[in-house]
Design a protein around this ligand. Sequence first.
Ligand code: AHR
Length: 553
Amino acid sequence: MFFSSTRSSSFGRHLVLPFMVPTHTGTSVIRALLFGFTLMVIGATAPLAGAQKVELSVDVSKAGAKIDRNIFGQFAEHLGHGVYEGIWVGPDSKIPNTRGIRSDVVAALKAIRVPNVRWPGGCFADEYHWRKGIGAQRTATLNPNWGGVIEPNTFGTHEFLDFLDQIGADAYISVNVGSGTPQEAAEWLEYMTTAQPTTLAKERAANGHPAPYKVPYLGIGNESWDCGGNMTPDYYLSQMKIYSHFVRNFNPAQQDKQQMLKIAVGPGGDGPRWTEWTETVMKAYQHHSWSWDINGLSMHNYTVVRWPPSYASVGFGETEYSQILKSTLEMDGLIRKHSAIMDMYDPNKKVALVVDEWGGWYAPLPGSNPGFLVQQNSLRDAILAALNLNIFARHADRVRMANIAQMINVLQAMIMTDKEKMVLTPTYYVFKMYVPFQDATFVPVTFDAGQYTHDNITLPRVDAIAAKDTTGKLWLEITNLDPNQPVEIEASLAGITAKSAAGETLTAPQVDSVNTFDAPNLVAPKPASAKVQGGKLTLKLEPKSVTVVSVEQ
Ligand code: AHR
């Protein structure tokens, strides 16, 4: 047995969570209902054998909401080798590091411009006591949620914020509501953010950081309906108001424009339990007083199909590929459902829907500690990531932050490490290809996606988004979900005079192809075949591929 009784009961709780029940909102055809177009496209390249034709129309003059770069956020929990070994190797390690933080991981994360990192959990956050993770003497405790292993607390507040400084990301700190107190959380924020010479600020300075830290995002609890304290919506609401009031950010630079945004715990599914939760928090928000406020409502939604997670992360076939993608598309319906409730109480969309845990959750890799949530990351995950990022982009007016679970070595990771070795996953490459979409302006794309059917599972054949970056350049992302048929895209581009196009595509021999330490480049981007003729864009998509192109004017 891997688990002690505590561990197994903790993990067992994960087997029955209502938030794990899949929603049923998938559609087989996506018609992005949007606007007109002025140019029709003529194929400018030789047809691919057996290729399906899909016409897109893009109208740059109808640009919409900003795609907040925070939707490309990451999540780093004290779980398995997510932090220890994944980020932290210690200053005395032979693995190249800066103040204990591994250099290869920092370089890789800088390249995907991580906007924010959520920390220290997850379920771990509601058992985390920050004082154990500061100063010369750290307190070793236990991590009952995740394998019952010893938590050395060598990676604490200063190490996390140093890591963020090294990768250039913002802090999204989740405070302990489940087993902590408002006083403990308030003192943590004072310790981190005050510029005045309080005893806590002096302690921070003595620990190596005289200047106040910035904390742009504060999570008030995590899954307070479950591992965060099994609270009812009303009980959570009363706790949240207390934390919202007392857990203050004192950083002088965050008193005006850069005020810390507070994110309340939100739903974990689409059933009545979850709509009641959203309703309770948002109804209260509508009449909130000067003494409490929230700026975001969290939502968690994993792609799992059934619990306990039993789908293999590698060594699967087309049926499992289709089932997982079908399930992941349910994210759209879930966002619509909770956004509709939020719209009733917050029609001006002041409160963001923050999807701060999402991704594929599969069976633990054989031989791994099941409490460490180790899984492989395949081409299927790259496609899953693209589909979700596109859903977030389409809801850019409400979904302004998201955090994939989890950054390194856990669940749908960007990076995997094994001692001194590191490999970048297919999901990493999707995040890299999507960098131009960070803070870009959403541009409507109209298309008839067509259908791909396997084993009675019908999916849209393609998915697509477009956006205008901060320099005005147009970017398109097009995913071909069909694992067997290539697609020829013909895109009419209204509102710009297109001259040329270039881009990258990500595909691999099999739906379950993965990158390994021995073969790290099996799933890596390659140049895409895109052409512009007469102002019209044509593009060949390989089966099961994610493609991003930019259009030069
Ligand atoms: O990401 C793993 C766990 O999933 C998180 O700790 C928890 O919030 C969720 O149940």
